[in-house]
Design a protein around this ligand. Sequence first.
Ligand SMILES: [Fe+2]
Length: 202
Amino acid sequence: MGMAKERVPRKFRLRRIKDLSMNQLVQHYALYKGYIKKMNEIRQDMRGLTKEDFAAANNTYSKVRCIKQAETYAVNGVKLHELYFENLGGADTKPGGKILQLIKRDFGSYERWKDFFKACGKASRGWVIMAYDPFDSHLHLYTGDRHNQGGVWQVIPLLVLDVYEHAYMIDFGINRAKYLDVFMENIDWDVVNKRLALYVYD
Ligand SMILES: [Fe+2]
């Protein structure tokens, strides 16, 4: 039937990250595994939808509506966390390469981009995503208050930041600004450049 395969959690090298505890990372990773579990469950349940369920579809309340809303929440929850864990930490935490050129081109300077990115981290209730959009060949910063809100179609996510409280509360309490500072110093720019290279050739 061409249904998506059952997925298993990706294993990340949860590297020791300067100023971010292993406990914080491990607990966050456990939440990510929960999204995988629910994504698989939703897809399994989708196979069980009946002709009657399709006939009863309704945009106030129906089985199809519930399952479709849950699906985008879970799938984006999985994807965004995988991108986040992958671009966090690593050896190459100094911005450079092609991505730095594009940041300067599209945001004026690295400093302005950094201030803007951190400001988005304070303005968002869930996610900040720096993405490349082939639509206008530019970088953009987008924010989402939930996994399935605020996203823009067709863009390539390059750098993903989780600002849900569960991402930093263990280490920093309600001090999100401190977490944002730590995140900015622990971006794996090599990963970001590799993502960019998959789509931008010039
Ligand atoms: Fe998270």
